[in-house]
Design a protein around this ligand. Structure first.
Ligand SMILES: [Zn+2]
Length: 80
């Protein structure tokens, strides 16, 4: 089941939810205050960068594939 990170626009809390992929953003409620005014940050299962309409420079959290930095180095070396 995909893991989603959200940011609540009302109380500024970041929270993570395990959700079915069929759950819509509009159906998501803030863990803290129950507001529906939340922004999905990224999915660890996403294959494409899903930028939201927010402004500002991109951060690491905008890229779902940051796990590439955690590849096992010894394995990589053996494949060279
Ligand atoms: Zn909230």
């Amino acid at each position: 089941m995909p893991l989603y990170e959200y940011h609540c626009q009302d109380c500024q809390k970041d929270f993570t939810l395990l959700q079915s992929a069929s759950v819509k953003k509009e159906e998501t409620r803030c863990d803290e205050c129950g507001s529906g005014n939340v922004e999905r940050k990224f999915s660890t299962f996403a294959s494409n960068v899903q930028r939201t309409s927010k402004s500002g420079p991109a951060t690491m959290n905008d890229y779902p594939n940051k796990n590439v930095f955690k590849l096992p180095i010894p394995k990589l070396r053996s494949e060279l």
